[in-house]
Design a binder for this molecule. Structure first.
Ligand code: FES
Length: 105
């Protein structure tokens, strides 16, 4: 399979309190930085349409800005209704000062 690592931005473009939203093909992905580690999750809340990258980050959790569902960023696990499923997570790596996300599956 082709290499599906895609550049999403530079490391200095993402702050702890300012997640980034990127589109890669059909995927809308939120990239979060927590304690220096990067995580990429499906950015569209499974409940309705809201971008989790515009939500409220508290430690490793993000609260949807629309109806307050909560997700665990490192695992994508849904912790609080009204969303009723987990969000997908994507592998992230850093090369030099570039952030890359793998969207292969
Ligand atoms: S859109 Fe996210 S909880 Fe409703």
């Amino acid at each position: 399979m082709a290499d599906q690592w895609q550049r999403v931005g530079a490391l200095d473009e993402i702050d702890e309190d300012e997640p980034m939203s990127v589109r890669i093909g059909d995927h809308t992905i939120g990239v979060f930085r927590i304690d220096g580690s990067l995580y990429a999750i499906e950015d569209i809340c499974p409940h309705a349409f809201a971008l989790l990258s515009q939500g409220f980050v508290d430690g490793e959790e993000v609260e949807c800005p629309l109806h307050e569902a909560v997700f665990h960023i490192p695992t994508g696990r849904c912790l609080k209704a009204p969303a009723d499923r987990d969000v997908k997570t994507y592998p992230v790596k850093v090369e030099g000062d570039e952030i890359l996300v793998n969207v292969s599956d």
